[in-house]
Design a binder for this molecule. Structure first.
Ligand code: CMC
Length: 373
């Protein structure tokens, strides 16, 4: 018997086709439905990009109006879900709260078992609308504050800030946040999206796929890295400590969070766009020493290891400077990636094949069960 070739971590394996997005590490480009993500970030709102990811085309003004009206009408969460969220431990990770919320929303949805494209699209918009409400409520309950109800007069991003902080920040902050959501929205067969596709391939429901995807995104090798970046910057402290800290971290084979990527080896296509937003919001010096530490760590990683930052590096610092607690960074990622995940759920269903790989057995050879006394 010939030894099978093992593809650990499925590295380099092309599992299926997709028309949602294309990552090209050769040209360092990322397109959503054919449009370069940098151009989308410069020209569009997050709502327009969400529409694009689901429908395949950018909306015309009438389509955008209908889409945003639908999203705004779905933002409120039921009193029962509020009770569930308020009953959760206040020291659990906010991703656990989000995972539970999506599971609960699915359980309460009478269309849960309807896997038609229309029903799944409605469920996707529903999650897009409700996730910010859940994230904001969770933050406020931990601070002992009353939740702030969603405001249907406000667009997605300003409404989220208002629900979190009671006020809407300036345009520079709103724009930087919208850009981060656009950049995080979709990234082909990453671990969480693939998780959603695996669950969907068994013909399970959309909420189960999203619940599983949230679990995959939580890990620090994936979405959890944006939080881990902040812990790293805090641990290092001032820029003069970067070199010594890195000596020790690399000597102990620590992974430096916010650096490296499975697909991009010469830099993450999304970083320059996010970095430009970071530059704008730190131009007034509001980042203090943190910005110098951030720059020094980036420069040392490149010089010493030739490893580039990924999107989580600038976005982690951006979210911190916007006033979000570190544990909320990955839930914000979910508020965006819900678009990509659900587009992939629908694409998987449209041409489904059960995802069931093989393994190469390396355990004990076949043997007889000994007599049991
Ligand atoms: N810090 C230190 N060394 C690294 C790092 C890093 N962040 N990333 C890669 N390397 C080294 C690694 O040690 C290995 O070296 P060697 O060949 O000497 O053993 C080499 O580079 C190849 O790394 P790998 O872990 O085999 O590569 P991978 O494709 O399996 O891992 C990764 C990709 C993203 C898991 C990894 O780069 C990593 O752990 N990064 C830190 C976590 C992180 O920032 N994750 C976010 C990923 S992108 C956005 C997202 O999903 O949210």
């Amino acid at each position: 018997q010939t030894e099978p070739t093992i593809h650990r971590g499925l590295a380099g394996v092309v599992v299926d086709t997709t028309s949602v997005s294309m990552v090209n590490p050769e040209t360092n480009s990322l397109t959503y439905r054919g449009y370069p993500v940098q151009q989308l970030a410069a020209a569009c709102t997050f709502e327009e990009v969400a529409y694009l990811i689901w429908h395949g085309e950018l909306p015309d003004p009438g389509q955008l109006e209908a889409f945003t009206a639908d999203e705004r009408s779905r933002r409120a969460i039921s009193p029962e879900l509020q009770q569930v969220l308020l009953a959760m431990p206040t020291d659990c990770h906010p991703m656990d709260v989000l995972r539970t919320a999506v599971s609960w929303i699915g359980a309460a949805d009478p269309t849960e078992e309807d896997a038609s494209p229309e029903a799944n699209l409605a469920k996707s918009v529903d999650l897009l609308a409700k996730l910010p409400t859940v994230v904001a409520l969770d933050q406020r309950r931990r601070q002992g504050r009353e939740p702030i109800a969603p405001d249907p007069e406000l667009a997605y991003t300003p409404n989220f800030f208002r629900m979190c902080f009671g006020e809407v920040p300036g345009d520079d902050v709103l724009r930087a946040f919208d850009v981060s959501l656009i950049l995080y929205a979709e990234h082909s067969f990453n671990a969480s999206t693939f998780t959603a596709r695996v669950v969907t391939s068994t013909l399970s429901d959309l909420h189960s796929a999203v619940t599983a995807a949230i679990g995959a995104l939580k890990g620090p090798l994936h979405g959890g890295a944006n939080e881990a970046v902040m812990h790293t910057l805090d641990e290092i402290g001032t820029a003069d400590r970067v070199s010594g800290w890195l000596d020790e971290a690399l000597a102990t084979k620590r992974k430096i969070m916010g650096f490296g990527h499975r697909v991009y080896k010469n830099g993450d296509s999304r970083v320059p766009t996010m970095q430009a937003e970071l530059d704008k919001i730190t131009a007034d010096g509001r980042a203090g020493d943190l910005r110098a530490t951030y720059d020094a760590l980036g420069a040392e990683m490149l010089a010493r290891k030739s490893i580039h930052p990924n999107l989580d590096y600038p976005s982690g610092l951006v979210y911190h400077l916007m006033g979000f607690e570190t544990a909320v960074f990955t839930p914000i990622f979910v508020m965006s990636r819900i678009t990509g995940w659900t587009a992939h759920v629908m694409e998987q269903l449209a041409g489904n094949a059960l995802i069931r790989p093989l393994s190469s057995y390396v355990g004990p050879a076949e043997r007889a069960v000994p007599p049991r006394s």
